[in-house]
Design a protein around this ligand. Sequence first.
Ligand SMILES: [Zn+2]
Length: 484
Amino acid sequence: MLNSDHGHARKQRFKERLHVLHDNALHRKLRQHLPAAFNERWTRRHWMHATLFATIGALVATIVPGFSSTIDSPFPDAHTSLALPLPPIATSRQQHTPGDSWHVLRVERGQTLSDLFNEAGIPATTMHRVLDFPGARDALVKLRPGTEIAFDMPLSGELRSIRFNRDNENRVELALTGDTIKETVSKRETSTRTVVTSGEITSSLYTAARKAGLSPSAIATMTDEIFKYDIDFSKEVQPGDRFSVVMDETWREGERVDTSNILAATFTSGGKTYSGFRFDRNGKSEYFDADGRPLKKSFIRMPIQFARLSSNFGARKHPVLGKMRMHKGVDYAARTGTPIMAAGDARVQFAGVQRGYGNVVILDHGRGHTTLYGHMSRFAKIKTGQRINQGTVIGYVGSTGLATGPHLHYEFRVNGVHRNPLSVTMPPPEPLKGAELAAFRAQTSPALARIQGMEKMIYADASPASKPREVASAAPRSNGNKRG
Ligand SMILES: [Zn+2]
């Protein structure tokens, strides 16, 4: 239903770009005269046509030489400039065509539905008829400021149809004829486009990122998923640091509704540039550096936040048994109920009760690595055999088993041997290889080029993020693992 409206709006835009259209028409003409199969040599006839059209406009003359390599290449370019996936224009901003009887109102703060009907000059009895239609009341009474509602009002002044959005996906049109109301539901159109944006921090990263168009969830992806292993956002970010992001924007009727999907990002802090690229491996999206190494470390050093190391690894007098014993892990004192996270991607090997350990979870991380978490007050929703991701909450701090107070007892084993989780060398995560690496490179280089292009444009005087690969390959900063 709105398609024709959108089509109209788009046509308007086309008119504004008449010169482009004009060029395009010339291309079409040229194309008619140049057979599609033609891709190598110019015949006398082709030359004649080319000469003929060259007299029409200078631009065509610049395009013709391009034909010598491949005939189709100039056309997609010309089309791209027209077919930019522009967000649909909101209905209120569209121009009314003669005879258009749709009256679009935008809900303002504090406005009630009665106010809107009043403004449109529709009697309250009609409003109640509409509200009595099944499903209409729910959608209409919770209209938020900024949303639009449209009335189809012919010259007679009687409401013929009303149009509103039932939810994010559906648009409803109710047609009033005599005593009956007919409902038509249509899908609200959304479109996605990939954009590149950049920001420089002046006060806070959050402010700069919001200014650059990132949604709060996109900011969280940047800080908690992509760069958290390299940058301590609570301390290290300073004015002058900058970021660039390639992301998907989802638009619905002229409004940007989602930007949570970050495809690539760079962050330049203290003269160093870090980069992250999203890539699907084994059906799972992960972020990698420019060389195809996962940004995520295979293990987080400390599987619990807001905790104090209360007992280290090694020989000690057991607090309950009172005799010297080897402490085969580390203890973190924390309040009962503090969440405990899986230190790495794993398969749940055991979740149950064991003497001494109380409620305990053992995770198998593959390559001979297992971790153990004891004295839990309760388990999270996990099952033996289940695959879980790093950071998944597996249970909560408690004092079950042999424990004097609430704490997490954490063990790290390599091929069955207990190691000190605070000092053991964690295995590096598996990098991308072979065909996957090739696919990754093919996907990331255009994204990086876009970021570099944008940074060059914005930060002409500053040094651009030109060598993220080399920097990203460098060892993480010493304070990268502060949490351990
Ligand atoms: Zn312990």
